[in-house]
Design a protein around this ligand. Structure first.
Ligand SMILES: NC(=O)c1ccc[n+]([C@@H]2O[C@H](COP(=O)([O-])OP(=O)(O)OC[C@H]3O[C@@H](n4cnc5c(N)ncnc54)[C@H](O)[C@@H]3O)[C@@H](O)[C@H]2O)c1
Length: 450
């Protein structure tokens, strides 16, 4: 599309110039118009930040590898409760790493600037608070806390510390989420009235049946420490390596997956969250002793706020999804809708809006054309915004945001208040499911309303 035409087109959609400036190049392809999204060059200083990892499993490994792709980041220490993971850490990141099964050993070290916390959920709060009190910057995996009553204590510790704290729902740092936010603000789908998100899986690993190492025993796992802040039980390798299936450690489908959708939705809409939460579900297929459902639906009421009109949200997660395929997040407004992914946004606009209202018809008949049923020029059926192929991704951007905030004294996109407002409605789904009732939530003050 020629640039003048594109400008007119964007103006017609009512999209702001801020939106347009993130567009690289665009062209028409079949029924779609495609635009490419790109990230400007990010400049970092060369000052080295020393990093430590606490919880060196799947996500801890990914977080660390992503962090190390940034300039001036050095990994100096790793903590884990399973010896196998500490051995793997040395193989991956160097034999000179300091390793321990006690995170307090890491927090004691003066040379460590920041920690990544990627333990199971039941350890997030305590390690976060201890790390902030020890003067460390924190990147903590989602969900920020294991239950709603832990949130405000962590927020207070963060406020007191003056340190940078980023929660790890990386999707909201993506080009896709940023584009969706700008499109919504520019009026691209009119007034938001409904949103939905879903996650569909159908595989043992997708349903959390992870591999249990052959050497798993109390000799290789510090089980006593693992359960020291929850119910005391004899060693159980399933509860250690498949922790997501058990409520003492994990937060179910909603804490694990809905929380990503809340984070993106709240970022895109500037929302503080819903005021009513309800969930239903059941254990339909993966009957392996787990305590959490494998199909879960959540319905949420978002009250009108300064940032957005009132709208409803529906989320679902299915680990027995025979149709497969997972749509990420869809926003629906009075004039269109958009499907939002981390690397792509697809915008659909209403083709036309005609009215049966006799008054509107009479007014149209009086218009300068003189006739009401004149055909109209239609906008494109869809516009696809795609990240350029060399885009480094949301995870890279999220760590970039964290490191920049540390170096410049700036802010992160997902601080503890944001992180708690995204985690709380997800965690309240578990309460609603178990109690078989609606839960009222005060998103401003971050409290359950009794
Ligand atoms: N942001 C994302 O996209 C994303 C994706 C996956 C997981 N996660 C989050 O990351 C966290 C870890 O998930 P995972 O899939 O990597 O699990 P995992 O089981 O692979 O890793 C957890 C690790 O923590 C260790 N651990 C347990 N308790 C500990 C403690 N008290 N101190 C130190 N180490 C401890 C375990 O030995 C294990 O190695 C979870 O909170 C999860 O929700 C986020």
């Amino acid at each position: 599309m020629k640039s003048t035409n594109r400008r007119q087109f964007i103006r017609k959609l009512g999209i702001s110039t801020a939106v347009a400036s993130t567009v690289g190049s665009s062209f028409a392809a079949g029924k779609s118009t495609i635009s490419y999204l790109k990230r400007g060059k990010v400049t970092n200083t060369s000052e080295v930040l020393n990093l430590a990892l606490i919880g060196a499993g799947g996500m801890g490994g990914e977080d660390t590898n992503t962090a190390l792709r940034h300039e001036g980041i050095k990994l100096v220490a790793v903590c884990d409760l399973y010896k196998g993971r500490l051995g793997q850490a040395k193989q991956k990141w160097g034999q000179d790493l300091f390793t321990t099964d006690d995170y307090k050993e890491i927090l004691k070290r003066k040379d460590i600037d920041a920690v990544i916390i990627a333990t199971p959920d039941h350890w997030h709060k305590q390690i976060s608070i201890d790390a902030l009190n020890a003067g460390k910057h924190v990147y903590c995996e989602k969900p920020m806390v294991h239950s709603v009553d832990e949130g405000l204590e962590l927020i207070q510790a963060w406020r007191k510390s003056g340190k940078v704290y980023q929660v790890g729902s990386q999707g909201l740092s993506s080009l896709g989420n940023e584009k969706a936010k700008a499109l919504l603000a520019g009026g691209a789908i009119g007034d938001l009235n409904y949103a939905e998100g879903f996650w569909a899986r159908h595989s043992p690993t997708g349903a959390w049946q992870y591999h249990i190492p052959e050497d798993a025993s109390e000799k290789t796992v510090n089980w006593k420490k693992y359960i020291s802040n929850t119910t005391k039980r004899p060693f159980d390798a399933m509860r250690f390596f498949r922790w997501r299936n058990y409520t003492d450690y994990g937060t179910g489908m909603s804490g694990d997956l809905f929380v990503h959708l809340f984070s993106s939705l709240h970022f895109v809409t500037d929302s503080l969250g819903p005021n009513q939460v309800s969930a239903m579900g059941g254990l339909r297929y993966w009957k392996d002793g787990r305590e959490v459902p494998d199909v879960l639906l959540g319905i949420f009421q978002y009250p009108q706020s300064d940032a957005h009109p009132g709208f409803n949200l529906s989320l679902r997660c299915n680990f027995v999804d025979g149709t497969s395929g997972s749509t990420y997040l869809k926003l629906v407004g009075s004039e269109g809708s958009m499907d939002i992914k981390w690397r792509e946004v697809v915008l659909h606009r209403n083709k036309s809006i005609s009215s049966d209202d006799p008054f509107a018809k009479a007014k149209a008949a009086e218009s300068e054309t003189g006739y009401a049923d004149r055909k109209q020029m239609l906008p494109p059926e869809e516009i696809v915004y795609k990240a350029e192929t060399d885009y480094k991704g949301a995870h890279y951007d999220h760590f970039g945001n964290f490191f920049r905030a540390i170096r410049t004294g700036g802010k992160v996109v997902e601080d503890p208040e944001f992180g708690f407002r995204a985690a709380a409605p997800a965690l309240l789904c578990n309460d609603s499911y178990r109690q078989n009732s609606f839960i009222n939530w005060d998103p401003q003050n971050m409290k359950v309303v009794k």
